[in-house]
Design a protein around this ligand. Sequence first.
Ligand SMILES: *[C@@H]1O[C@H](CO)[C@@H](O)[C@H](O)[C@H]1NC(C)=O
Ligand SMILES: *[C@@H]1O[C@H](CO)[C@@H](O)[C@H](O)[C@H]1NC(C)=O
Ligand SMILES: *[C@@H]1O[C@H](CO)[C@@H](O)[C@H](O)[C@H]1NC(C)=O
Ligand SMILES: *[C@@H]1O[C@H](CO)[C@@H](O)[C@H](O)[C@H]1NC(C)=O
Length: 287
Amino acid sequence: MGMFLIRMAPSIHHFLLLSLLLLSISSGCCCADGVDDIGPWECSFVNNYTDGDPFKTNLDKLLTSLSANAPTTGFYKDTVGNKSNKVYGLVQCRGDISGVDCAKCINNATKQVLHDCSNSKRVQVWLTKCYLHYSDENFFGNLGMSSGSMAVSYSTDYDDAFVALQGVTLMTKLATTTPNQALMFQTTIIDAGKNGKRYGMAQCTRDLNRADCGKCLDKLMLDLGSSSYNKRGWEIFTMSCRMWYNDYQLFSANYSLPSNRGTRKVLSQRVQVSLIAFLMLMVLNVF
Ligand SMILES: *[C@@H]1O[C@H](CO)[C@@H](O)[C@H](O)[C@H]1NC(C)=O
Ligand SMILES: *[C@@H]1O[C@H](CO)[C@@H](O)[C@H](O)[C@H]1NC(C)=O
Ligand SMILES: *[C@@H]1O[C@H](CO)[C@@H](O)[C@H](O)[C@H]1NC(C)=O
Ligand SMILES: *[C@@H]1O[C@H](CO)[C@@H](O)[C@H](O)[C@H]1NC(C)=O
């Protein structure tokens, strides 16, 4: 993970700064014992539990429930406990992976957070194939707009300007069609001729409704900003949606592209404005 640059999208900057002061959020991307698929995580230590707490008993029950139930459909949310010891949790596996891989990924995610975020009551982790989130606060259906997004890209991995433009255009379109898919998950392939292919993928957590899924993905495309859109590969995510883009096939080879269920009629105005900004940046880069 050393090659990755983790960049807070502009909107998260202030929030994180504030959070660091108020909540002591820690996040990073290193090293739980015995787990090699590790991902960025975020823990808030505003309100810790201790090992004897009823909260810990409830958390263990919750994690057991999530790992037992999520692999069947790729998504599960559950609540365990009452009042101050109540814990809310969800798992979202990527739409193209098998139940077996989903179960393995949840197992890895659980190990990682119990190692890196032990005693934290508010935890999120983004692995390659799954996302785990638990909290003492109810976050179900919450877009998490105020907490911004995180983007990951190789710092110098610039793509051909015209391919990057095709890429960002198609990913913007993917943000509009993904909410209409059955599982709010969709993939796309761009054929850039002699420059090869580019692959994209988008997903919302299934506790969101379709309209909020659209808002979430639109926001990611805005947050992506000028420092990542022109890369050969990037990933951007929040607590409720996620997008991936790269020059190799990101999704399982056996996953067949579902038929397009149609586009939302209008791109939001803000997305259109940002696309125009992308176009202008492209022109400046080229000439
Ligand atoms: C989980 O971790 C194991 C051991 O580090 C690794 O071999 C495996 O690829 C990971 N699986 C998933 C689905 O993340
Ligand atoms: C919670 O635990 C973390 C890590 O052990 C620690 O840094 C933090 O100060 C604790 N927070 C509180 C409110 O005690
Ligand atoms: C929560 O409260 C209900 C009813 O008061 C009780 O039946 C249940 O066992 C409690 N659950 C936990 C995990 O404490
Ligand atoms: C994909 O399908 C092929 C042929 O059916 C099979 O051999 C392979 O194991 C599958 N791969 C995955 C990742 O499911």
